[in-house]
Ligand binder design. Structure first.
Ligand code: ZN
Length: 558
């Protein structure tokens, strides 16, 4: 038995120990004992990887690796399978941590269950401070409707409650929260936002997109200490799931400061590439991308929003919704966006714009294209991205490859949304929705991720969704365009090489090749051969970042 499996009983402890030992790390790791997929064409699969310092020194047969090893620490995979490091190309680290620290409503099965959860939170957290929560979604509830303030008032009426829907693009407040935010029947909808109202014109408590801030800005903001705790939780959680890196979206300056501090203290197990909120993007829009001394924390560019989300009908569509009035919300105007794009182009900074609806995507592509023609000298190879690229008009699909825009997509959204997207969009628009295969065929690069905390943030779920396009119970509707699945090697590439390309690092990350940085993920199953149903219940057993073991789990051989 290998020492790191025997000594360390529980994953949480493992991360701490692995990190604590980084100062004294041995120079070499020899990984063998299971299939090792390189992600490269030749060889695609090897017996052993030898890591020396931060980099891959050798890949090939175990016999040759042993001859080259000089006192390497051995890691026997015992039948687990290793891959290039999996990278979540779109997630929100602080919010992932806060989800663990505040009222987590993930998986609540009904309105009653939410009310009970709030009651239970009140019982264990007495006082009068605001209650924040996140993670509910009504699409498979028996009640089939959004939450209202009166639902939450039944649990607690005199203390503000603010519960974000799972997508983060809508939230419900109770009556105390509405009072705190000064929202009543006379309050106007803000531009790009909606205050939902009942038949008599009173606010129901539900706020969508830009209306969220009316309430959120009145609530106490998480302290720097709480954010630090959240970030530490999130990066440890991510390492334990097999992620070696994350593209962190909509990052405030304060969060970047905390990440830099964690890295300087040796407490950051994974790579974090940051796309800043526009308010805190001045440095990157002036001086361009940067990195910290550890090389783990980078600032890549700015994150913008074009529209809202599909579930709360904020996604901007070219034609009206199939199941409601209206065609969604545009949250940023061309006038606001244009100068940011031109500054980014000059500074060689990246722009990552959230676009879900076909109209949102078209306007983003138009905006990028127009900026490129304004400053054609700098327009080559900036690798701007569209976050989600979710519903595309067939006419716009080839524009990603043509304009060299990376499609940053979340496979799990397709298997979460299959319950409501057909109703929202109708049959015709499903054709360009979550169109991974068509995008790859067109020559576009996809960088895949999870959008956690909107989704769980699990590389296995993302791989499963990309390669199978059925929900976690194995269900998919007949009209769910299953031809848009991708092959297993393509799914692997979307979660490894794609994210590396998206941040200009495909020459040093993204595949297991000699000379590249040693970022390696091992899962308990061989993703290339096991039945699809075996993928979501599998788990990460080893995470190596920059040549260091940052997570290792107890793992019995088959
Ligand atoms: Zn997001």
């Amino acid at each position: 038995m290998i020492p790191w499996l025997r000594v360390l009983p529980r994953p949480v402890v493992l991360v701490t120990l692995a990190l604590a030992s980084t100062a004294a790390r041995a120079g070499e790791l020899l990984i063998f004992g299971g299939p090792i997929y390189t992600g490269a064409n030749r060889p695609a699969k090897v017996e052993a990887v030898l890591v020396r310092d931060q980099r891959i020194a050798f890949i090939g047969t175990l016999a040759k690796a042993r001859r080259q090893a000089r006192g390497a620490r051995s890691i026997d995979l015992k039948g687990a399978a290793a891959y290039p490091g999996f990278v979540d190309a779109h997630a929100h680290l602080t919010a992932i941590g806060l989800r663990e620290l505040t009222l987590n409503l993930e998986g609540t099965p009904s309105i009653e269950a939410v009310v009970d959860a709030v009651r239970a939170w009140v019982a264990t957290h007495p006082g009068d401070d605001a209650i924040l929560g996140r993670g509910w979604i009504e699409t498979h509830w028996p009640e089939k409707r959004f939450l209202t303030r009166s639902d939450i008032d039944r649990a607690v009426k005199d203390r503000p409650v603010f519960l974000k829907r799972v997508d983060g693009h809508a939230a419900v407040g109770n009556s105390a929260a509405l009072v705190l935010a000064h929202i009543d029947r006379n309050t106007q909808d803000p531009p790009g936002g909606k205050i939902l109202r009942d038949a008599s014109g009173d606010p129901t408590g539900m706020l969508v997109d830009n209306a969220l801030d009316l309430m959120y800005s009145k609530l106490p903001q998480p302290s720097k200490a709480l954010k630090r705790e959240a970030l530490e939780r999130a990066v440890a959680l991510y390492a334990s799931r097999g992620w070696t890196g994350i593209h962190n979206m909509s990052v405030p300056g304060e969060d970047l400061t905390i990440l830099n501090a964690l890295a300087a203290e040796g407490r950051l197990p994974i790579r974090v590439d940051n796309y800043m909120v526009p308010e805190d993007a001045d440095a990157v829009l002036t001086k361009g991308p940067s990195q910290d001394a550890s090389g783990l924390v980078r600032v890549r560019g700015v994150k913008l929003y074009m529209d809202g989300a599909l579930g709360s009908r904020g996604a901007a569509l070219l034609e009206p919704y199939n199941d409601a009035e209206g065609s969604g919300l545009l949250v940023t105007t061309h006038e606001v966006m244009r100068p940011i794009l031109l500054r980014a182009l000059k500074a060689h900074a990246q722009v990552a714009t959230h676009a879900i609806g076909d109209r949102g995507n078209r306007l983003t592509l138009d905006g990028y294209e127009e900026a490129f023609t304004q400053d054609p000298a700098d327009a080559h190879d900036v690798r701007w991205r569209i976050e989600h690229s979710q519903i595309l008009s067939p006419a716009d699909l080839p524009r990603f490859a043509k304009l060299e825009i990376t499609a940053s997509m979340q496979p799990s959204h397709a298997i979460s949304d299959l319950f409501f997207a057909p109703a929202r969009l109708g049959p015709n628009r499903l054709k360009g929705a979550y169109a991974w295969h068509s995008l790859l065929d067109s020559g576009a690069v996809i960088a895949a991720g999870s959008d956690a905390p909107v989704e769980k943030g699990d590389p296995l779920v993302e791989f499963y969704a990309a390669s199978y396009r059925h929900d976690l119970k194995g269900f998919a509707r007949a009209d769910w365009h299953l031809e848009e699945v991708v092959s297993r090697p393509a799914a692997l590439r979307m979660l490894t090489w794609g994210p590396a390309y998206a941040i200009f690092r495909e020459r040093e990350l993204g595949t297991l090749e000699v000379g590249k940085f040693a970022d390696i993920t091992a899962f308990s199953v061989d993703l290339m051969t096991v039945p699809f149903a075996a993928i979501p219940p599998a788990r990460a057993v080893l995470t190596v970042v920059d040549g260091k073991v940052v997570y290792a789990a107890p793992w019995k051989p088959r």
